[in-house]
Design a protein around this ligand. Structure first.
Ligand SMILES: NC(=O)c1ccc[n+]([C@@H]2O[C@H](COP(=O)([O-])OP(=O)(O)OC[C@H]3O[C@@H](n4cnc5c(N)ncnc54)[C@H](OP(=O)(O)O)[C@@H]3O)[C@@H](O)[C@H]2O)c1
Length: 209
């Protein structure tokens, strides 16, 4: 698949490396397509760089890997996203990382769906650290990745992209489940930074025999 990733930072680069290993083609949509930093990150990974609207126009799948406070601008700079699959990896974090700026009766994912008019929006790849997205296979049990979104026809492709990145992919229901997936990300951040666990852990799912 040809996938546009907006943001070539921790999450964008991690997903690009995992998906390129799985045979996908990646184009980073950058605000500054001539940025040497983005060009060298892309070259190292085997991805391309294009201006945001060009990358979004080229691909049926557009991944948001931008800081929350830049996400609306990133979406608006795409031009129309109608008909696209948009995968929202963002977390609506407060700037001091002390908590979520949106929640319980709304979610970042639902706000994204309002901004990306006409797109099928999925919340995914927000619930674990970027290192785990780059290399989920380093764990003895496959880490879990939940996918929330309303478009049943397109959800299997998003679940497959989570599997392609090495996760046990689970359908978490409609996009409104972003209201619980974003706090799940907050739990990961809380454990990593407030509870001193560091970043080398991932959530996994187990079931009775
Ligand atoms: N880091 C993690 O472990 C992790 C895990 C799960 C979810 N998340 C979430 O994923 C998102 C990205 O996190 P990150 O750690 O990858 O951030 P990051 O390393 O700071 O990278 C952010 C990227 O977004 C780009 N960007 C910013 N505004 C943009 C715009 N308007 N158009 C296009 N690109 C734009 C930046 O490019 P410039 O060079 O132009 O600034 C940069 O490449 C956040 O919402 C975060 O909460 C992070």
């Amino acid at each position: 698949m040809k996938i546009a990733i907006l943001g070539a930072g921790n999450v964008g680069a991690a997903l690009a490396s995992a998906w390129i290993r799985s045979g996908h083609q990646i184009v980073f949509g950058a605000r500054d397509a001539a940025s040497p930093k983005t060009a060298s990150a892309a070259a190292r990974l085997g991805a391309r760089v294009a201006a945001v609207p060009t990358a979004a126009a080229e691909c049926d799948i557009v991944v948001l890997a931008t800081p929350w406070d830049g996400t609306r601008a990133a979406i608006e700079s795409c031009g129309s996203l109608a008909g696209k699959t948009v995968i929202d990896c963002t977390n609506p974090l407060k700037s001091d990382l002390s908590g979520l700026a949106v929640g319980t009766e709304n979610s970042g994912g639902e706000l994204v769906a309002g901004w990306a008019k006409g797109a099928s929006v999925f919340k995914c790849f927000n619930q674990t650290g970027a290192e785990n997205m780059a290399d989920a296979a380093r764990y003895p049990t496959r880490p879990v990745m939940f996918v929330a979104g309303d478009d049943a026809a397109r959800k299997p492709a998003v679940l497959q992209l989570a599997r392609d990145a090495g996760f046990e992919a689970l359908d978490a229901g409609p996009l409104s489940a972003a209201r619980v997936l974003e706090p799940l990300a907050m739990l990961w951040i809380h454990l990593a930074y407030r509870c001193g666990m560091g970043r080398d852990f991932a959530f996994a799912l187990t079931r009775p025999r």
